[in-house]
Design a binder for this molecule. Sequence first.
Ligand code: KIV
Length: 283
Amino acid sequence: MAKKTINDFRQMVDKGEKIVYLTAYDYLTAKMQEKAGVDMILVGDSLGMVCLGYDTTFPVTMDDMVRHCQAVRRGAPNTFIVGDMPYMSYQKSDEDAVANAGRLVKEALVDCIKLEGGGEMIASRISAIQQAGILVMGHIGLTPQFMGQIGGYRAQGRSAAAAMKLVNEAKAVEAAGAFSILVEGVPAAVGKVITERAGIPILGIGAGSYTHGQLLIYADMVGMYDNFTPKFVKKYANVGEILTNAFKEYTKEVRQGQFPNDDDHTYKMSVEEVKEFLALLDK
Ligand code: KIV
């Protein structure tokens, strides 16, 4: 299948077709997701927790993002890939934001970048990046890079005033030139209003069923990341348990001498070559 473009996503929205969006961080997972027909892949800075074992996304660097985006691009050459801008890669200045967004496109061939936030500073960054010719996805609601200011990893927009603030942020991000917005961790009623009022595709993660598309962190939905599971995650598999059981079985078989099995898992030598080999050893 040909890689989807901004026009395909707009058409999907017009036709009421849902956009399917998942995170991936490595070659193998990206390859499986492309095979499964996922429309869009996010190489999220959540790789800090999922792949690198950090407690937050703060330590993730541009070099980390470039490396993982490159691997995902190799695994999914025909899928629209969104590269996440890590902490402090865009906050300082428009110039910094454009340079770092440019790295993700130039070095990892992503189709779009994503950045968190909805205030004035973010509008300026979105505008600068999109003027440089790069597609931008905004990200509002539960924005982990603003964890201190939003009071931790918790749902946003649960009071009328907070919900109104998010509706205004979505409008500001759209006006700044974002091609779409990811809305995270908000009540379904807020996700619905933002979607109905938007002129661009709205993707949701924990934002209810009304958004134009849905995102999940792949390691959550296949049961691989068990440190913490948000309420909005549905588990489609228990891969963590399957892998742990396989590792246990291997450990047992190696210790008991059951693996490798001489018939099935070893290279053979002809009887003549073995004889000659033994003769050589005796010389
Ligand atoms: O980094 C990420 O995977 C994200 C999602 C949690 C929305 O930004």
